[in-house]
Ligand binder design. Structure first.
Ligand code: TYM
Length: 332
């Protein structure tokens, strides 16, 4: 039995479309910081992508997500990247084993599923992979015996489920799973530029995609919902967060602080604020797009990175599944 962590820092992204600045801020930037001290393992969650996309579509995005990770600053000599389906057998088996430790009603109470069933799908048409989503996510994390899992705020409930499943397994069969924690810094929630809820790939008008052209970004920010003079809304707070997190120049940070002070004092300066926000976001995305263009020129490079990561994931998966089988006393 081996309760030691196999992975210091771990996270994943679904290849279901171009990434947004929210994906970057919520899940990739923490890794860019943490790789200075640790050896993170990140992955492309292609099996999770199948919850709402066809396999062909998901497959087409896989290498793109690896290129995104690299262009956003993941350093392949520090951070390893693998593809979830490279350990398809192991992760599916662990999902089934963990499913035995929860109940149908517990899974129906998961907030992300409840939201989806209320807003978009209903139980008659929603596929059952959506139902297993958090268990599959727990299997990713536990297969790699991860210590810290940086994610956006929307995924914290899934981390809680992961801890619960690990605890149940440990108690029932034997203490093999360390309990994963979130990142040390606060998990972020970036809101949609327009309408309700978080910034998400599924509501493109409210999302800034890393693939958006510079005119589109300008237009989206210009029409973003904000607040009345003197008022602070969650939306405006989120726009300030995006701007401050992406800004690289002290001058822009100061401009934001000054403008928000004036806004709070009742002055009509949010048009000016949006100009600063556009400048900062455009600089960030322009820089990203240039780097990405260089990276995708060499397809073999992207593939070689996945091959290296897949080997590490396979080693982790094999060790953990052996541990699981032995601990449960399962015939093999
Ligand atoms: P995905 O691709 O939907 O999201 C990837 C990451 O982006 C974060 N994120 C946000 N953060 C802040 N504000 C937002 N508006 C926002 N929107 C998205 C998400 O929280 C996530 O961290 N279920 C995961 C993929 C996954 C995974 C895992 C992650 C599967 N297994 C195991 C960690 C560990 C997801 O949401 O992917």
């Amino acid at each position: 039995m081996n309760k030691k962590y196999l992975t210091e820092i771990f996270t994943g992204i679904r290849p279901t479309g171009g990434l947004t600045v929210a994906n970057y801020l919520g899940a990739v930037r923490p890794i860019v910081e943490l790789q200075k001290k640790f050896t993170p393992l990140v992955f492309v969650a292609d099996i999770h992508g199948l919850t709402d996309k066809e396999p062909k579509e998901v497959g087409q995005y896989v290498e793109g997500v690896v290129a995104d990770y690299l262009a956003l600053g993941l350093n392949p000599s520090k951070t390893n990247i693998y593809l979830q389906s490279a350990v398809a057998g192991e992760v599916s088996f662990l999902t089934l084993i963990l499913s035995r430790l929860t109940t149908v009603s517990e899974l129906l109470r998961v907030p992300t599923l409840k939201d989806k069933l209320k807003n978009k799908d209903n139980p008659e048409v929603a596929n059952a992979l959506l139902f297993f989503y958090p268990v599959l996510m727990a299997a990713d994390i536990l297969l790699n015996k991860a210590e810290r899992v940086p994610v956006g705020e929307d995924q914290l409930a899934h981390l809680e489920i992961t801890r619960r499943l690990a605890e149940k397994f440990n108690k029932k069969y034997g203490d093999i799973f360390p309990l994963p924690q979130t990142q040390e810094m606060k998990a972020l929630r970036v809101l949609s530029l327009k309408g309700e809820g978080k910034m998400s790939k599924s509501i493109p008008a409210g999302a800034i995609f890393l693939t958006d052209d510079l005119k589109t970004i300008e237009k989206k920010i210009k029409s973003a919902e904000t607040a009345f003079e003197g008022e602070m809304t969650p939306k405006l707070k989120s726009h300030i967060l995006i701007t401050k997190e992406l800004a690289t120049e002290k001058e822009d940070l100061k401009k934001v602080d000054d403008l928000i002070k004036e806004h709070e004092a009742g002055k009509a300066v949010l048009g000016e604020f949006k100009k600063v926000m556009s400048k900062v976001v455009i600089e960030f995305i322009d820089n990203f797009q240039k780097k990405r263009l260089e990276i995708v020129k060499d397809k073999d490079y992207v593939r070689s990175i996945l091959e290296k990561g897949n080997k590490i994931a396979k080693e982790n998966a094999t060790k953990t599944i052996n541990d699981v089988l032995k601990t449960m006393d399962f015939y093999r």
